[in-house]
Design a protein around this ligand. Structure first.
Ligand code: SF4
Ligand code: SF4
Length: 240
């Protein structure tokens, strides 16, 4: 996103709308730090500029910068997958495809948040480790469109420095892989230069409990009380 300095009157109305805090006060006019801007479109959609100085420049649509919008702006569809970016549509719900069956845990690693974002290079660090593990990685995910080598997790060099608001890696493990998976990923996650939210999808046991909570506590990773609970009303009648 850019600001037309000829139109900007430096009223600063737009500054608080940027989730990346990359709209900055300049000597002549307000401007956007182009390296930090993730092209999320919030400043433009907020429509607070009294002089319509904020605009989406042509560069925002040109690859590789175009991936910023695709991962960061929920109003933009990833052109190849025909869905909003970040992760797959079903990742947090398990409600239609029934992707995570009994005996399995779905895992999500969400890189970046408003205020921090993530470089694609940070995702590469973890993906390289993940692909060496004996786990089922979800490949119908927009991150996989950025890969140079699907076997190693090496990303295309031109995307490594691109910054997005967030992106999600998804995989699933069997229940008995929990401790190994956590212990393998923790060291590399500690090296990543952004915040990573670790999500786990599981089904309730027949007695209504979630046994995974005590297992996570035992390995020093207590589950937060917040959760999304799906009633399974849209799930397939017959599980594959
Ligand atoms: S597009 Fe998003 S990140 Fe870029 S300046 Fe506007 S609000 Fe900030
Ligand atoms: S709202 Fe418009 S005029 Fe005001 S600082 Fe932002 S870009 Fe400039």
């Amino acid at each position: 996103m850019k600001i037309d300095p000829e139109k900007c009157i430096s009223c600063l109305e737009c500054i608080d709308y940027c989730p990346m805090k990359c709209i900055l006060e300049g000597e002549e006019a307000t401007y956007m730090d182009q390296d930090e801007c993730v092209e999320c479109g919030v400043c433009l959609r907020a429509a607070v500029c009294p002089t319509e100085a904020i605009y989406m420049p042509e560069e925002a649509f040109q690859y590789p910068r175009s991936i910023r919008r695709e991962f960061s702006d929920p109003a933009v569809q990833y052109p190849t997958l025909k869905q909003g970016g970040r992760g797959t549509e079903e990742m947090k719900t398990n409600d239609v495809t029934g992707r995570y069956r009994r005996g399995e845990y779905g895992m999500a690693l969400e890189f970046g948040r408003p205020g921090t974002g993530t470089r694609i290079s940070e995702i590469e660090k973890v993906l390289k480790v993940l692909l060496k593990m004996d786990v089922e990685v979800e490949k119908s995910n927009p991150v996989f469109l950025l890969l140079k080598d699907e076997a190693t997790g090496e990303m295309k060099p031109e995307v490594l420095n691109e910054k997005v608001l967030s992106a999600i890696l998804e995989f699933k493990i069997t229940e008995n892989q929990l401790e190994d998976a956590v212990n393998t990923l923790r060291p590399v996650l500690a090296e990543v230069d952004t915040v990573v939210s670790w999500g786990l999808a599981t089904r309730f046991a027949s007695d209504g409990t979630l046994p995974v909570r005590s297992r996570l506590a035992q390995i020093g990773l207590p589950a937060r009380p917040n959760a999304k609970i799906n009633m399974g009303m849209g799930r397939p009648i017959v599980e594959a």
